[in-house]
Design a protein around this ligand. Structure first.
Ligand code: IMP
Ligand code: MG
Length: 180
């Protein structure tokens, strides 16, 4: 596989991603049976995961988005997280599920949990498609994990390489840059 002249190894295929979304959707539906769920997805990386996950959720679910970004170089978090766009809807008294693409150092999720807790949700849980536990700098509770992956830079299925490659239907690891 290739994207923008870089060779990619497929880490998770479209089929594996779909199958795991189904399992997670079914688990979430069981856990929230009889309740209304409010899914909060973090832009931009989780847009594809959210879209696939909610298709397998069969409790009443509302959806909102927020934007976060961390300053720093392309492939490493600086630790300074900033909100680039806030939620459109209040979350007070709602059962909130944060939907993330990947948890790496944990700093982004920590920032988000601290921020959303102050808004008094009825409950607050976290779901991430990918988890890189070996790179954690702060402890964050993760309720639903799609896949644990090694500490490698991954792209596709929402995740970007300098804003490109988000459209790939699979998750890949860059194995070789175009200049070798
Ligand atoms: P954390 O704050 O270090 O946990 O990083 C979380 C954010 O960094 C994610 O929401 C991603 O936007 C980005 N990120 C971390 N690892 C990767 C990766 O392997 N590929 C693409 N983005 C990543
Ligand atoms: Mg992200």
């Amino acid at each position: 596989m290739e994207s923008r002249g870089k060779k990619l190894d497929v880490l998770l295929s479209a089929e594996q991603l779909d199958q795991r979304c189904r399992q997670l959707g079914e688990e979430i539906s069981r856990d929230y049976a009889g309740e209304e769920l409010h899914a909060v997805a973090v832009l931009k990386g989780s847009f594809m995961f959210l879209a696939d996950l909610v298709r397998y959720i069969d409790v009443d679910v509302s959806i909102d988005f927020l934007g976060l970004s961390s300053y720093g170089s392309r492939k490493a978090t600086s630790g300074v997280v900033r909100m680039t766009s806030d939620l459109a809807l209040p979350i007070k008294e709602r059962h909130v599920l944060i939907v993330e693409d990947i948890i790496d150092t944990g700093l982004t999720m920590k920032y988000l949990l601290d921020n959303l807790k102050t808004r008094m949700p009825r409950s607050l849980a976290t779901c991430t498609l990918l988890d890189k536990p070996s790179n954690r700098r702060v402890d964050v509770p993760v309720d639903y994990v799609g896949f644990e992956i090694p500490d490698k830079f991954v792209i596709g299925y929402g995740l970007d390489d300098a804003e490109f490659s988000r459209h790939l239907p699979y998750i890949g690891v860059v194995s070789q840059d175009k200049d070798g």
